[in-house]
Design a binder for this molecule. Sequence first.
Ligand code: CP
Ligand code: NVA
Length: 315
Amino acid sequence: MNTTATAAPVTLSNDLLTGMEWGPAQVRSFLHLAADVKAHPDRYRGALAGRFFALIFEKPSLRTRVTFEVGIASLGGACVFLDHTVTHLGERESIPDVAKSLERWVTGIVARVFKQESLEQLAANAGIPVINALSDRFHPCQAFADFFTLEERFGNLRGLKVAYVGDGNNTCHSLLSIGARVGAHVRVATPAGYEPDPNIVAEAKRVVRETRGKIEILRSPAEAVAGAQAIYTDTWTSMGQEQESATRAAAFADYQVNDALFAHAAPDAIFMHCLPAHRGSEVSEAVMDSPRSIVFEQAENRLHVQKAILLTLLN
Ligand code: CP
Ligand code: NVA
């Protein structure tokens, strides 16, 4: 890898399973590297020449699959896509046996799984980096791209008011844990029974003592977005929860991000969504398609940020 003085390589844990492996200083260095990768893609061409990756996806994907495949190819590497949407990991053979086989052939594993434990089993049994491409618990690649996008937009993440309205899910967990590391002020509003995991909230609250960010878990969407510079939402029904979709639609009815909710936010507040979006459910058509919406900037930045993740872990 051809690095510059402004994008020094960082030494980090060899896996990215939760996004909590990296402390605030490491996240700062990492965002710096991602900015360099985006600004100067030619510097990194060939950095992964001769490296091969297994992409294991137990769930569908547009953004994550395409950005990893394109990102790996643009760094000179190659990947093998293992479509496990029908046969889940551990069904045909044990996860340790999958991991011990893959490590003989490839230099890294990118996995989208139903259970966080599957990622942990892969990592424990393969001596190569394992990257979480979304699990039931976390979506770290998304949240790193989101804070990278926010930094591009606002110039500074410290104290930035980011409101997340909706389900306390994988996306919410990663926004909390990575938001804490960059010193943001993250407010979450969920209906009763759909709050983020208290252990993840507690960890984020410990981290903001160091970064001077702030974490608040609330019930009222209007309270959460008051003065916010960004409003973020995600689907009410995540992949794997389809049988709960009617119950969830009822529970989240008052949590739509629409113009009425934006009236409580800062005047120039932006809208964010990890996508795929459901217009008329978690976000109104008008907000989704408004000039406030930076959802496709987020999607673009998945590519640059994930290239930086690969460079960091394989450095
Ligand atoms: N945001 C995201 O991860 O999108 P995909 O499910 O399409 O990969
Ligand atoms: N929370 C969503 C995110 C999709 C990118 C899900 O897990 O389905």
